[in-house]
Design a protein around this ligand. Structure first.
Ligand SMILES: CC(=O)SCCNC(=O)CCNC(=O)[C@H](O)C(C)(C)COP(=O)(O)OP(=O)(O)OC[C@H]1O[C@@H](n2cnc3c(N)ncnc32)[C@H](O)[C@@H]1OP(=O)(O)O
Ligand SMILES: O=C([O-])CC(=O)C(=O)O
Length: 371
């Protein structure tokens, strides 16, 4: 029996949710480039869960269902207020709040298809409400109730800022959500599938997935990209900073990928969004610095930017706090987690691989007095 470190290259399941084949990402067969340019996030969620694009009337009723489900039980919001608000990372707050949501859903442990669909809608609709409520509570402000008439993207920015976003911000945020929605068997999705393959409930699967997304080698990289950009400060200082980091074997956040070796197809969209948005804010230095870092890392290591790299300057340009970047990733990716959870339930088998044993052999028992 031999192991593959990090399960690299191991095909652990079949899935029809999304694919990465020859560097091309598709959601249920639709190329990410087409979806990024044309789809609303709600359309993408519908596609991921129903394996087809919605008709106009299907989309209208799906949007209404999501909008109606967006209010979070007051107990969950009250619990957010009880957290040590200055010390808690919003991703940890989200993980705990989603677990709490399960406590207040009477059908949390109902396993039938219809109950799972209702839970899917609630989780998708309520995670933005939780993230934005937490962001406001820690600023000493009251959470803002969702508006049913707004799009998913606009509603998030409205609940965060208290003002409806302009069309450019809404469009950019929508595109970012579309680009992050699903990604085959990434670490957090695999976590969700492992969890529910024990026939545990959807809240447990999503809570586990949030925990996995939080790490800096996965979704947590986007916040750290912005930390790096802020530390570097200006494009002229990028070369020295990156070369020094690489010489110390420090990983450059937002670069490299387990699957893509010729580039992440999502990065070009985020790069262009970063260019446009920094042009609008006048803070072009974030884009210029990012491009410079990109050139240096490619030149020095041959590593290309992943989805997290240019998303940092995109979210920063939208005026979003840096520690909300990963929770926003979760707000989008929960759509993919749920699609995979539903797929896992449909054709379930316990996920239980083996480990190659590397410990000592044939140990003799020693009584506690003799150790
Ligand atoms: C949404 C997402 O999850 S996208 C990924 C987000 N994460 C990041 O951006 C964090 C930075 N990137 C990384 O840590 C990695 O590229 C990962 C974890 C994404 C994928 O990496 P893996 O396939 O496991 O490759 P691994 O970490 O084994 O790296 C292979 C080699 O490339 C190097 N390398 C990989 N990524 C980087 C990086 N970002 N900066 C510097 N060196 C890197 C490693 O140090 C290693 O070098 P070595 O062989 O000399 O030891
Ligand atoms: O697929 C991966 O390993 C990580 C990633 O890019 C994602 O989850 O979007």
């Amino acid at each position: 029996m031999s192991s593959t470190k990090g399960l690299e290259g191991v095909v652990a399941t079949t899935s029809s949710v999304s694919s990465i084949i020859d560097g091309v990402l598709t959601y249920h067969g639709y190329n990410i480039d087409d979806l990024a340019d044309n789809a609303s996030f709600e359309e993408v969620v519908y596609l991921l869960w129903n394996h087809k694009l919605p008709t106009k009337s299907e989309l209208d009723s799906f949007k209404k269902e999501l909008a109606k489900a967006a209010s979070v039980p007051s107990e969950v919001i009250d619990q957010l207020r009880s957290f040590p608000i200055d010390k808690v990372h919003p991703m940890a707050a989200l993980r705990t709040a989603v677990s709490n949501l399960g406590l207040f859903d009477e059908e949390a442990d109902e396993a039938d298809e219809e109950a799972n669909k209702r839970k899917a809608i609630k989780l998708q609709a309520q995670m933005p409400t939780i993230v934005t409520a937490f962001a406001r509570i820690r600023q000493g402000k009251d959470p803002i109730a969702p508006k049913e008439e707004l799009s998913f993207a606009a509603n998030f920015l409205y609940m965060l800022n208290g003002e409806e976003p302009d069309a450019i911000s809404e469009e950019a945020f929508n595109k970012a959500l579309v680009l992050h929605a699903d990604h085959e068997l990434n670490a957090s999705t695999f976590t969700a599938r492992v969890c529910v393959a024990t026939l545990s409930d959807m809240y447990s699967g999503v809570t586990a997935a949030i925990g996995a997304l939080k790490g800096p080698l996965h979704g947590g990289a986007n916040e750290r990209v912005m930390q790096m950009l802020a530390e570097i400060g200006e494009a002229d200082k990028a070369e020295a900073y990156i070369k020094d980091a690489l010489s110390r074997k420090v990983k450059i956040m937002g670069f490299g990928h387990r699957v893509y070796k010729d580039g992440d197809p999502r990065a070009k969209h985020l790069k262009e969004m970063s260019r446009q948005l920094t042009d609008i804010t006048g803070e072009t230095k974030w884009y210029e610095m990012s491009v410079k870092i990109d050139e240096i890392v490619v030149g020095e290591k041959g590593l290309l930017p992943n989805v997290d790299f240019y998303s940092a300057s995109v979210y920063h340009s939208l005026g979003i706090d840096h520690d909300l970047f990963t929770p926003i990733f979760a707000v989008s990716r929960v759509s993919g987690w749920i699609a995979h959870i539903l797929e896992q339930y449909e054709n379930n088998r316990l996920i239980r691989p083996r480990a190659e044993y590397t410990g000592p052999d044939k140990q003799e028992w020693i009584s506690i007095e003799d150790r």
